[in-house]
Design a binder for this molecule. Sequence first.
Ligand code: ZN
Length: 182
Amino acid sequence: MGRENVENWSVRKCSDACCACGKAFADQEGLYSKLSFNEGEYMRQDFCLSCWDKAGPGLSSWKTIFIVPPPPAEEAVKKENAESLLRRLIAKEDEADLNAVFILAVMLERKKILVERDVQTAEDGRKLRVYEHRKTNESLVVVDPELKLTELEQVQEAVVVLLGGKPRNDGAAQDVPVGDQP
Ligand SMILES: [Zn+2]
């Protein structure tokens, strides 16, 4: 039921307290994060180490540490980078951005900003990759569109343009006639 409204991608922040006993996490405290699937939505729960044993296995879980979120930076005016673009596209929740979201996640993984925690198969057969942000410990669930090599190049090109770069084949596509002009 309802597999169309599966929330495929999302950013889940690390909670600031254990979801079982309510104890607030200290900076650098070890904890376990569990992702579970609940009525079409991914849910992230964070457990202190002593509650983890009673929590039972989740769909996906990993050990991480709690990091006190940094105060809002003055870099708010900074120009768009791969991470801010990824966050913006995820917030838009537009299926059309799915490929770009995936490429950005892979780029950020290569830059060691994200780390892959798990790969899952959704009810509809789509491959989902769970990433965690190394600095903020947010978790992200991203659909792997399993692009072919040729599609991959096109999407990478589009992402470069979104990031303010120039496409490699600039010009070639601009001579294509539009409409019925002779
Ligand atoms: Zn606890």
